[in-house]
Design a protein around this ligand. Structure first.
Ligand code: FES
Length: 105
């Protein structure tokens, strides 16, 4: 599926990633700047924060309790904030747009 990441400065990255990988891995695999992912995907660093496009919010699985508590730590959190390591790519996510925050710290 194609995933589009949009950096805070507006730069757009269209990447193709395998089903089953996470959105964080899609960004890291394709060297998209703006995702730090210090913990490597174990939901304990909150430096993989991204904003799922509002049109897509209902089409990704909701955050579990662990992710919700980590989301309280992110800078400039919003209702569509997610930890990208916690969203596994499915075929239905083709075209998903994720905007990246100005900073992860
Ligand atoms: Fe650390 Fe997502 S990579 S919480």
């Amino acid at each position: 599926p194609k995933i589009t990441f949009i950096e805070h400065n507006g730069k757009q990255h269209d990447v193709h990633e395998q089903v089953g990988r996470s959105l964080m891995q899609a960004a890291v695999d394709h060297l998209v700047p703006g995702i730090v992912a210090d913990c490597g995907g174990s939901c304990s660093c909150a430096t993989c924060h991204g904003y799922v496009d509002t049109a897509w919010v209902d089409r990704v699985p909701p955050a579990d309790l662990g992710e919700q508590s980590m989301l309280e730590c992110v800078i400039d959190g919003a209702v569509n904030s997610r930890l990208t390591c916690q969203i596994k790519i499915t075929p239905a996510m083709d075209g998903l747009i994720v905007r990246l925050p100005k900073t992860q710290f």
